[in-house]
Design a protein around this ligand. Structure first.
Ligand code: HGY
Ligand code: MN
Ligand code: MN
Length: 416
């Protein structure tokens, strides 16, 4: 089969049905998903994914952090495989496509190859990375970070959620702690298909994002300590208000990001207030600052400015202040040769496309350290993501998966 055959396309209806079927596992309350990592819903989604992979003739391997690897054999078992993957875990108010398209799109690629009886020299592996979101257990991209040798397995297994549940214990509880050594697998290349999660592609009428770079990020967890006191009877000049400190620092994070425009973002997304009672001045607040930029210098400058601002605000209010780095990766440049293959596949298939920098972090950002890696993006409506109203069209899903199909067949070397 001529790999450049532009008639070679996936089955859009089957892909869409799989996305909708998976979305029923761990449903949200407003049409999206709440399939947080290492929950029973995550486990149910994993079982469904495994059943589908085995029905497509693949064999499943699972490592000691629950990363899942479904293999379609090649004609040369010694050849390094082509990996395609992303994540099935979602935010608490997540969409149906963030991560999921990057796992079920590759499954559709394999299903299409089966339909057409296509053989490749290299094996092909479809991957589900555990805990990409970092919503329940920080940091994001935790297990691909261990796979890439940046984080340790002990660190990953020690992470706690807001209820004090421990990652390693939850992984055992849901029965997805595998036997494979994390990071032992070697890859010829890794491709990740993902929705853009930003407004650019849709606004410019482009169907495919050829991802050349990913912006870097810092997650700084700040703990402010003041004094619990009565909100009614405590005079204003006697208050040691950790909640006020958090508010001031949140405003400063916004100002710092705005001062580094363009290409800088910052916000506070997770806040835990103690004792979180309506008539008690918060004596303690723990919150995470998320700052990002594609430019290393800006990222480093913002981190220093946010840290200084936090300590200054705390000092003004007489608060104790500690900061902890709970997530980080530098800006990444994806493999130029793979970027060219993705761009050529989009061209060949007649899809409009543009080079783009990923605003969100992805497992590909870590895997890029251990294998040539690239990402393919499709638009999402209004650029909205990490929101249950996240939406894409079946056409966008199919276009991104067709580009993945063609790029993967080229890299895996179809055998006549
Ligand atoms: O945080 C991120 O960028 C990704 O969605 N986990
Ligand atoms: Mn994602
Ligand atoms: Mn996400």
């Amino acid at each position: 089969m001529d790999k450049t055959n532009t008639n070679l396309r996936v089955n859009p209806a089957r892909l869409w049905d799989s996305l909708e079927e998976m979305a029923k596992v761990g449903p949200g309350v407003a049409g999206g998903c709440n399939r947080q990592t290492l929950t029973d819903a995550d486990s149910e989604g994993r079982h469904l994914f495994q059943r589908w992979c085995e029905a497509a003739g693949m064999t499943m391997g699972v490592d000691t952090l629950g990363n899942m690897f479904a293999t379609r054999p090649g004609t040369d078992p010694d050849a390094l495989p082509i990996y395609m993957g992303s994540h099935l875990d979602t935010q608490p108010t997540g969409g149906k496509y963030d991560g999921v398209l990057g796992v079920l799109g590759p499954l559709e690629v394999v299903r299409t190859m089966n339909d057409l009886g296509l053989k490749t020299r290299r094996p092909i592996v479809v991957t589900n990375w555990t805990n990409e979101e970092g919503a329940r257990f920080a940091p994001a991209m935790l297990d691909s970070g261990v796979f890439a040798g940046v984080l340790t397995e002990d660190y990953a297994k020690s992470r706690r959620d807001l209820d004090g549940k421990v990652f390693g214990e939850e992984l055992k509880r849901i029965g997805w702690e595998g036997k494979e050594k994390v990071g032992a697998r070697k890859m010829h290349a890794m491709l990740e298909l993902h929705i853009e999660q930003g407004p650019i592609l849709e606004a410019e009428g482009k169907t495919i994002g050829v991802v050349t770079h990913g912006q870097g990020l810092w997650w700084l967890e700040i703990t402010l300590t003041g004094k619990d006191a009565h909100t009614g009877s405590t005079p204003m000049n006697m208050r040691v208000n950790a909640g006020l400190g958090m508010a001031r620092i949140t405003e400063r994070v916004h100002q710092i990001a705005m001062a580094h425009q363009p290409d800088a973002v910052g916000a506070v997304g997770q806040v835990k207030v103690f004792p979180n009672s309506r008539n008690v001045i918060p004596g303690k607040v723990i919150f995470t600052v998320d700052i990002r930029s594609p430019e290393q210098a800006k990222l480093d400058a913002m981190k220093a400015e946010v840290t200084r601002a936090a300590h200054a605000a705390a000092k003004e209010l007489g608060l104790g202040c500690t900061t902890e780095e709970v997530g980080h990766f530098d800006p990444v440049a994806f493999d130029p040769d793979l970027v060219t293959i993705v761009r050529q596949s989009a061209e060949r298939l007649g899809h409009s496309h543009r080079d783009i920098v990923s605003g969100a972090g992805h497992d590909a950002c870590w895997i890029n350290r251990v294998a040539p890696t690239v990402m393919i993006m499709c638009p999402c409506v209004d650029g909205l993501s990490h929101n249950e109203a996240e939406s894409i069209t079946p056409e966008w899903a199919a276009a991104g998966t067709d580009v993945l199909l063609h790029s993967t067949l080229q890299l895996a070397e179809t055998v006549a």
